[in-house]
Design a protein around this ligand. Structure first.
Ligand SMILES: C[C@H](N)C(=O)N[C@@H](Cc1c[nH]cn1)C(=O)O
Ligand SMILES: [Zn+2]
Ligand SMILES: [Zn+2]
Length: 481
């Protein structure tokens, strides 16, 4: 089914209004990982619910309970559910996205206020936290609803929405809700879903649209080393006591080498090496070392071999060191021995790795290495959150529909990619509903998600909105089984 021209025209003529809506969303600093912003995540849930409602979607806010963050008991933001269309002759697509964002501060090195959408008139770039991850894509779906509601056009498929506000911090509470909901059978909000579509990742480069059929999983760890009862004067106590930070740095330096090899025995070894056919797949993708350099903003690739670099992101595990809580980081030179420090690191997982089979290796290794230090400090290793990796069958009608929609909107065939990031709920949907999941990215590889100066190109927002709508039309054109 060709996408109706009036829908495509509507998207073009309403560009400024769509950008205005994205600006409203970016202005809500819905940072899920910061307790001080929890009320903003709730505000963002209400904003999104009202957007859905005004375009005829039946909505429900689901209370996901409470959790503890930084010693504080907090209410989890609600999941925003939506339902529109109940035509038995049409397919039903479940759309997932998230309305929370990563933290951002001007002092991190942003050139623009992160929670204000700044439009660069010359380049068409829309800068702001969440513009690409994931407020732009979520509002892309809202734009599609807006167009159909305003034009009084029926949607080509039935749609169910599930938007969450904790994706950037481990999707707490969501899995339990989905599993309980699915058990309700005919009464479930997800009853009758034929496929799931998620727009929450990025093209590989800046030129070629992509369909994504894999995600890495994640295991996020906190290793706490504590010793003295309080912070100490380094002149008074230096070389007299075991220092927590010294122990922690020694441990963290044993996790990964500068070439990216994971040093925890058994972790890298779990993953079988690629055969020649698989290597070829990566060699053939439209990607250059320069693409990595442009998106990283520096010439710092681990290798000069494009296939190795791509496999590093798509089919290998990686271990990244993120930070040390409790360490002195301010200006000037404070001569302190911190009493308690917590190192944060995560491992991106690929099949057959799961948090279940990797966590014990990590915890035992850290405990053994700590014992070798002969320190009188104490250590505690904790898994903060985790999610399994996911790989989908892309020879499926949903991917075929997305392929046709991409060709129609962008006049080019999409890349088929595996994403290095994680969206833990993807596997939950795939397993609990037993249906195919498609990742249909809107943004480009250089959008800088999670980074400073995150942006979404206006053309990706507008063409991306057309793509999401066209995908629904292509799905609608297929026969309902
Ligand atoms: C790919 C997606 N847009 C994303 O950014 N996911 C996060 C999920 C996460 C897990 N722990 C913390 N955040 C990611 O891959 O980092
Ligand atoms: Zn995201
Ligand atoms: Zn993210």
């Amino acid at each position: 089914m060709a996408t109706p021209l009036d829908f495509l025209d509507f998207v073009d003529t309403n560009k400024d209004r769509f950008i205005q809506r994205l600006a409203q969303a970016v202005e809500i600093p819905s940072v899920s990982g910061d307790p001080a912003h929890r009320h903003d995540v709730f505000r963002m849930a209400s904003f999104l619910e009202s957007q859905l409602k005004q375009y005829g979607v039946e909505t429900k806010l689901v209370d996901l309970g409470t959790h503890t963050m930084e010693g504080e008991s907090l209410k989890l933001p609600p999941a925003v559910l939506g339902r529109i269309g109940d035509d038995k002759s049409k397919k039903t697509i479940l759309i997932y996205g998230h309305f929370d964002v990563q933290p951002a501060q001007l002092s991190d090195g942003w050139d623009f206020p992160p929670f204000q959408l700044t439009r660069d008139e010359k380049t068409g770039r829309l800068y702001g936290r969440g513009s690409s991850d994931d407020k732009g894509p979520v509002l892309g779906w809202v734009n599609v609803l807006d167009a159909h509601h305003t034009l009084k056009k029926p949607l080509p498929v039935n749609i169910r929405f599930c938007f969450e506000g904790m994706e950037e911090t481990g999707s707490e509470g969501l899995d339990e809700f989905i599993l309980a909901e699915v058990k309700k059978g005919k009464d479930s909000w997800f009853d009758g879903v034929d496929a799931v579509c998620i727009s929450d990742n990025y093209w590989l480069n800046t030129r070629t649209p992509a369909l994504t059929y894999g995600l890495r999983g994640i295991s996020y760890y906190k290793v706490v080393v504590s010793g003295p009862a309080r912070d100490l004067h380094s002149g008074v106590f230096g070389r007299m006591v075991h220092e927590p930070m010294t122990d922690l740095i020694a441990l963290m330096s044993k996790l990964v080498d500068p070439k990216g090899n994971i040093l925890i025995p058994g972790v890298d070894e779990m993953v079988p090496p690629p055969d020649e056919e698989e290597r070829k797949l990566y060699r053939n993708l439209d990607y250059t070392l320069e693409d990595v350099e442009v998106s990283a903003g520096a010439k710092i690739t681990l290798s000069d071999d494009k296939a190795s670099i791509l496999m590093g992101r798509m089919r290998s595990p990686s271990l990244s060191l993120h930070g040390i809580e409790g360490a002195f980081y301010g200006a000037g030179g404070k001569t302190v021995i911190p009493a308690k420090v917590a190192g944060k690191f995560s491992i991106r997982l690929v099949p057959p790795q799961t948090p279940g089979n990797v966590d014990p290796l990590v915890i035992k290794y850290l405990q053994d290495e700590f014992a070798k230090l002969g320190s009188k400090n104490t250590i505690n290793v904790e898994n903060m959150h985790g999610g399994k990796p996911w790989v989908e069958d892309y020879k499926h009608w949903s991917y075929e529909a997305a392929h046709r929609a991409t060709e129609a909107v962008y006049n080019q065939a999409p890349d088929y990619t595996r994403e290095g990031g994680s969206i833990p709920v993807t596997l939950t949907f795939a397993e609990a509903l037993g249906v195919n999941v498609l990742l249909l990215p809107m943004g480009r590889g250089d959008d800088g998600a999670h980074s400073t100066n995150e942006k979404l190109d206006t053309s990706n927002f507008i063409q991306g909105t057309k793509l999401l709508g066209s995908y629904l039309y292509e799905v609608g054109a297929g026969k309902k089984a």
